[in-house]
Design a protein around this ligand. Structure first.
Ligand SMILES: C[S@@+](CC[C@H](N)C(=O)[O-])C[C@H]1O[C@@H](n2cnc3c(N)ncnc32)[C@H](O)[C@@H]1O
Length: 481
C-alpha cells in the first residue's frame, strides 16, 4: 500500500490572469504555500492523503499529479534522435506507484454528470428531439450531440451490464479518509495531443476491487493492458529541435512499451501531460475526470459563464455572510448558482430581461434546490437592469457579466447600456457596497466609468483569458451616499 504520508506535487489549472485567486484558495484549503507555474497553472506539494480535497477547489478546472520533473533535461547539447530516445525511456523513472494509487481513487469517486446537461438557445424554433427535458428547447448542434451522447451512453451502459469486464475483479487500492464530491473541461488551449495508449477505467477503476498494493495494481494494469486506453498531451514553450507532437509520440511509445496500453485520443482513460518549458520537463497524470467549470448548470444558454469565473468574481467582491448579492443581468444564473454553493450564507438575487434566460435561470436554481433538503437563499426576477424594481441602497454587492461580443447585444448599444446600468446599480447599492463587472468591451466600460466617477471608484481591473478573448473584471466601490 502507498504511504498516505508520501508527499506529492499537484498541478491545477485555473483562469489565466486570475492565478492569484487560485493560489489563495489552495493555500487556505491545503495549508500550503502554492505557486503560480506559468499561465493558468498553480502547483503545490501535499501528503497524498490530502488529494481528495482537490475536488473541493472552486477556482480550478483540472488537476494533475506530478510524476516526474527535471529542470535541466534538455540542457545537454544532444542530437534530436538522442533527445527523443531519452523521452521514450523517461517512462521507467516515473512515480507510477503513487500515480495509480491516486488515479484509482479519483476514477472511483468522481462522477460524470455531463450526460444530464441541456443546451438551449434563445432563437430556438423547434425541438426535434423529445428525449431531452421538455422545459427547454433543445435546438443547437451542441444539444443534439449531447442527446446523442446520452443515448449512446445508455446503450453502452446496457452493454457493459451484460458483459462484465475481467477488470471488475480488481481489488481496492486506496483508502483515503475523506470522500470528495464530483467533477471538472479542457482549457489546454493549443496544446498538442497524441495517442499513445487508454484503459477501460469505467470498468477497471470503478469496479469493486480490493488491491491494496499499488505494485500489484501496476501488474494488474499491465495484465489488462488490452482494455486500457491513454493519450499523451504535450504543452511546450521555448526553442527545441523536436516538435510537441514528436515529444508526445516518443513519451507515448515509452508508455506503450511499459504497460502495453492502447492509444485513443478521444475515449482515453488515462491522460499523461508533458509540460516542456525550455530545458525543463514535467510529466503529470490527470486526476480530474471532467472540468469543474460547468458544475452547477443544467440548462445552458448562449453565453453561460463558467462556474470558475463566477467563483473568482464572487471572491473579488469579498461576499460576506448576510450580504444581499445581485446579478442584474443573470442569463442562465451561473453567478447566483455559484454564489449559493460557495457563499450560502448570503442571499442571491438574479434578474434578466429576456424571458427565456429568466426561465433557464429559474430552472437551474430550482434544480439545484431540488437536490437539497433545505430551501436555498435566492430569487430570480424578470426585469430591465436599467430600471430595477428595488429600493435605494438595498444591495451589498452587485456582480454582473455584462453583454459584450457578438452573441449578446452589439457593440454600439453598450455605449448607452453600460452608463445606464452603472447609474442604476449605484442607486440600489448601499454606500461602500461593491460592484464586480465583467466585460471584454473595454472602451464602453472606460467611458461609462468616467461618466460616474463621483459614484463608483475603481479599485482594480483584472484581465483574464476567456475562451481566447481578453476580458476585464472591474472591481468598483460605491463612494457616494
Ligand atoms: C453576458 S450575458 C450573461 C450570461 C450569464 N452570466 C450566464 O451565465 O448565462 C448578458 C445577459 O444580459 C441580459 N441583458 C441584456 N440587456 C439587459 C437588460 N437591460 N436588463 C437585464 N438583462 C439584460 C442578456 O439577455 C444576457 O442574458
Amino acid at each position: 500500500m502507498a504511504d498516505t504520508e508520501d508527499i506529492v506535487t499537484v498541478f491545477v489549472s485555473t483562469i489565466p490572469g486570475l492565478e492569484f485567486i487560485c493560489v489563495a484558495e489552495c493555500d487556505e484549503l491545503f495549508e500550503v504555500k502554492s505557486k503560480k507555474e506559468g499561465r493558468g497553472r498553480v502547483s503545490f506539494s501535499v501528503p497524498i492523503k490530502s488529494l481528495p480535497k482537490l475536488s473541493k477547489l472552486k477556482s480550478v478546472h483540472h488537476y494533475w499529479l506530478q510524476v516526474y520533473r527535471s529542470s535541466d533535461f534538455f540542457a545537454a547539447d544532444k542530437p534530436k534522435d538522442a533527445i527523443l530516445e531519452s523521452l521514450e525511456k523517461l517512462i521507467d523513472n516515473l512515480k507510477w506507484r503513487l500515480a495509480v494509487y491516486a488515479l484509482n481513487y479519483f476514477k472511483k469517486t468522481e462522477g460524470k454528470d455531463s450526460n444530464d446537461r441541456v443546451y438551449t438557445v434563445t432563437q430556438a424554433k423547434e425541438n426535434e428531439d423529445n428525449t431531452t427535458d421538455t422545459s427547454s428547447q433543445v435546438l443547437c448542434k451542441e444539444s443534439i450531440s449531447v442527446v446523442d451522447h446520452r443515448k449512446k451512453k445508455v446503450e453502452e451502459d446496457k452493454e457493459s451490464e451484460q458483459k462484465p469486464s475481467k477488470l471488475s475483479q480488481m481489488p481496492d487500492c486506496v483508502n483515503f479518509q475523506e470522500k470528495p464530491p464530483a467533477l471538472l473541461d479542457d482549457d489546454r488551449n493549443g496544446c498538442i495531443k497524441m495517442e499513445t495508449s487508454s484503459l477501460d477505467s469505467e470498468s477497471i477503476f470503478t469496479s469493486k476491487n480490493n488491491i491494496s498494493d499499488p505494485n500489484k495494481l501496476i501488474t494488474f494494469l499491465k495484465k489488462n493492458a488490452a482494455d486500457i486506453k491513454f493519450r499523451v498531451t504535450c504543452n511546450r514553450t521555448g526553442k527545441h529541435d523536436f516538435t510537441s507532437m514528436e515529444a508526445a509520440r516518443y513519451i507515448g511509445s515509452g508508455v506503450k512499451g511499459y504497460f502495453g496500453w492502447n492509444v485513443d485520443l478521444e475515449n482515453y482513460d488515462i491522460e499523461i501531460l508533458a509540460f516542456i518549458d525550455n530545458n525543463e520537463i514535467t510529466i503529470a497524470i490527470k486526476l480530474s475526470q471532467e472540468s469543474k467549470h460547468s458544475r452547477n448548470v443544467k440548462y445552458f444558454g448562449p453565453t453561460t459563464l463558467r462556474a470558475t469565473t463566477s467563483y473568482c468574481m464572487l471572491k473579488l467582491a469579498g461576499v460576506k455572510s448576510g450580504d444581499i448579492v445581485c446579478d442584474p443581468m443573470c442569463g442562465t444564473g451561473s453567478i447566483c448558482l455559484e454564489g449559493i454553493n460557495s457563499f450560502p450564507l448570503a442571499f442571491h438575487l438574479g434578474g434578466e430581461l429576456h424571458a427565456e434566460g429568466c426561465q433557464n435561470a429559474r430552472s437551474n436554481l430550482d434544480y439545484l434546490e431540488s437536490t437539497r433538503k433545505l430551501g436555498l437563499p435566492y430569487d430570480v426576477l424578470s426585469w430591465d437592469a436599467c430600471r430595477l424594481p428595488l429600493r435605494n441602497g438595498i444591495l451589498d454587492v452587485v456582480i454582473c457579466d455584462l453583454p459584450f461580443g457578438k452573441r449578446i447585444g452589439y457593440k454600439g448599444r453598450n455605449f448607452a447600456l453600460y452608463p445606464a446600468v452603472l447609474s442604476e446599480i449605484a442607486r440600489v447599492c448601499r454606500y461602500k457596497g461593491k460592484a464586480v463587472l465583467l466585460t471584454q468591451h473595454k472602451s464602453a466600460m472606460n467611458k461609462a466609468l468616467s461618466s460616474c466617477s463621483k459614484t463608483w471608484k475603481k479599485q482594480g481591473t483584472f484581465f483574464m483569458n476567456m475562451g481566447g478573448l481578453n476580458a476585464g473584471i472591474y472591481v468598483l466601490k460605491k463612494i457616494a451616499h
